[in-house]
Design a binder for this molecule. Structure first.
Ligand code: FES
Length: 581
């Protein structure tokens, strides 16, 4: 029988333990396997850190304990593992007093933030999902806030990818953006999904080495801006990265650096189908979370993507049957003068409602003319970005399901690019960045056939009962192709609930329980931003309708991504996973 002596647990006499080889004791909230090892004794948590198999059923040979389920091996004395897919098993101090073996079940613990941060890095290096999940859960239970795992993921993702910023880092940043809106149990799950995606994207890639800043006496932002744009124009990654690194090292104002990056990102028309503007915007959002001190690490990771991006000038769809490239360049070239001429009325534009419908129309000349008319009438850069983003969300809200399934992504790309442009214009508007309003409006024009016929956007029912709607929404997304039903449920909730924002945790939960990808995280993030921007205008709900329709079109999935995470949750809770299996 286990006895409690001054907080120590008895594991029996020395002779008894030597004869049995191993015994299991409980106390202090632990089940502990105590082994006789050569002339000494060792005690470890009896649950294998991998998936909970009882370690007293393992084998000890030459001081190495082998678990019999997946054969993870541990140094019995320290608990350290030889197999990174498992984890170090917790060990407990053992002492012998008067021929009795005692175990201390509550030794001082290592700082949990330090421990789980280190483990998260290791899990990402080896791309081991269980270790990533356990680390995120460990940090979630520690004094650390979400920025600790987020920063680890950001540094890892921008270091161990020679290609630089990619979809996974955008997905992780989207997670951080809407994390505060999630149900508490969904927060570590969302971080896990973002971090595992970063680890997967980096797996097998060579690391990226950041160039040193120039040893220059040059400090003028306009000079760096011209250099950076010139290097991006000729696709010179090294030159552009060194210029950018120098501006950060010189501690130029953040707004100047934003301006330098977005000017180069928009010097060519709609590069990489809007992904470059989207990635640049996401990088600045990430820095809003983790701090500007990481700017050199994060922002330089954008350069390769900017320099190598495909330019829409090269695409037939932008040249024929209408030469949209020439049309956009004509508008871009006239913009500085138009902007200057309308400076005195800036901020007085009132004819807001017609522009999105015009952008959704089938005449690109009228679209460009209407944008120019809005500028002439005092529209701000942020207002123009907001109207273009709203039009892009309407395109999604009206996307007809008779289209090719893959065309959901066509509309999605434009939508996320439009949202990114709006966010960037809101953060630091510039005449160069404003040019992208024309580009993005043309991308919306190019997607026009996906609204033929247009799906009708549902109106709200007068029935004011909303309590059951979140559950009904989750049920609807549990069946295939409940696109219109999901749109209707969201509409009714947002129109009738006393707290319309309460639908957002449900929408995010619907995404997190599935095998969701970069695109799903992007649209949830973008839709929430656009909804918050437009509310309390009733049209704000259209962005959530668009999001719900996109999610419902893609769900349910096999839901395999969360299996590993759920094991980690059960291990942390102390569930007997093996006996249930
Ligand atoms: S190796 Fe022990 S449970 Fe898998």
């Amino acid at each position: 029988m286990t006895e409690d002596t001054n907080g120590l647990l008895s594991a029996g006499t020395v002779d008894e333990l030597r004869e049995r080889g191993c015994t299991v004791i409980t106390g202090g909230g632990h089940t502990i396997a105590v082994f006789a090892k050569d002339e000494t004794f060792a005690a470890v948590d009896n649950r294998c850190p991998h998936m909970g198999f009882p370690l007293d059923r393992g084998t000890v040979k030459n001081g190495i304990l082998t678990c019999h389920w997946h054969h993870a091996r541990f140094d019995l004395a320290s608990g350290g593992t030889f197999d990174p897919f498992a984890d170090d098993v917790r060990s407990f101090p053992v002492t012998v007093i008067d021929n009795t073996v005692y175990v201390d079940p509550n030794p001082p613990e290592r700082d949990p933030v330090e421990r789980w941060s280190k483990r998260l890095n290791e899990g990402m290096e080896d791309n081991i999902r269980l270790v990533i999940a356990k680390s995120v859960l460990g940090l979630n239970s520690s004094p650390a806030d979400y920025r600790t795992p987020l920063t680890i993921g950001a540094i890892f993702g921008t270091t161990y990818s020679n290609d630089g910023w990619g979809p996974a880092l955008s997905m992780l940043t989207s997670t951080a953006n809407f994390l505060h809106l999630l149900q508490p149990d969904d927060r570590p799950l969302a971080l896990y999904q973002g971090l595992r995606q970063v680890a997967t994207e980096c797996a097998g890639q060579p690391p990226r080495f950041i160039v040193e800043p120039l040893p220059t006496g040059e400090t003028r932002p306009e000079v760096f801006k011209q250099w950076f744009r010139d290097f991006i124009e000729v696709r010179d990654t090294d030159g552009a990265e060194r210029v950018l690194r120098t501006t950060i090292d010189l501690d130029l104002p953040q707004r100047e650096i934003h301006d330098i990056i977005f000017a180069a990102a928009t010097d060519r028309i709609y590069i990489d189908a809007g992904h470059v503007v989207d990635f640049c915007n996401k990088a600045f959002e990430l820095l809003d979370h983790i701090g500007w001190e990481h700017a050199a690490q994060v922002l330089t990771s954008l350069v390769r993507g900017m320099a190598t991006a495909r330019r829409s000038e090269e695409l037939n769809s932008w040249r024929n049957p209408i030469d949209l490239v020439s049309l956009v360049w004509e508008a871009r070239n006239a913009l500085p003068k138009l902007w200057e001429q309308s400076a005195s009325v800036r901020g007085t534009w009132t004819d807001h409602d017609n522009l999105p419908e015009t952008i959704l129309g089938d005449d690109p000349y009228i679209t460009i003319a209407s944008i120019n008319e809005a500028i002439r009438n005092g529209a701000t850069a942020e207002q123009l970005g907001g109207k273009v983003a709203y039009a892009a969300f309407l395109r999604m809200a009206r996307f007809h399901t008779s289209n090719e399934f893959g065309d959901w992504d066509t509309v999605h790309n434009t939508l996320t690019a439009a949202n990114a442009l709006h966010q960037a214009l809101d953060r630091a508007p510039s005449i160069e960045l404003l040019r992208a309003v024309y580009d993005t409006a043309m991308s919306i024009y190019l997607d026009r056939f996906l609204n033929m016929p247009p799906q009708r956007i549902p109106g709200p029912s007068s029935n004011g009962t909303t309590d059951s709607l979140p559950r009904e929404l989750l049920n609807a997304m549990n069946s295939q192709q409940q696109v219109e039903q999901s749109a209707k449920l969201v509409t009714d909730f947002v129109a009738n609930a006393s707290e319309p924002d309460d639908i957002m945790p449900t929408l995010a939960h619907a995404m997190l329980r599935e095998d969701s990808s970069f695109h799903h995280f992007q649209i949830v993030d973008a839709a929430i931003k656009q909804y918050q921007h437009r509310k309390p205008n009733p049209s704000a709900r259209h962005s959530l309708v668009a999001m719900a329709r996109f999610l419902a079109a893609h769900y349910p999935t096999p839901r395999s991504v969360n299996q590993t995470y759920n094991i980690a949750v059960r291990l942390q809770r102390g569930d007997e996973i093996f006996s249930e299996a």
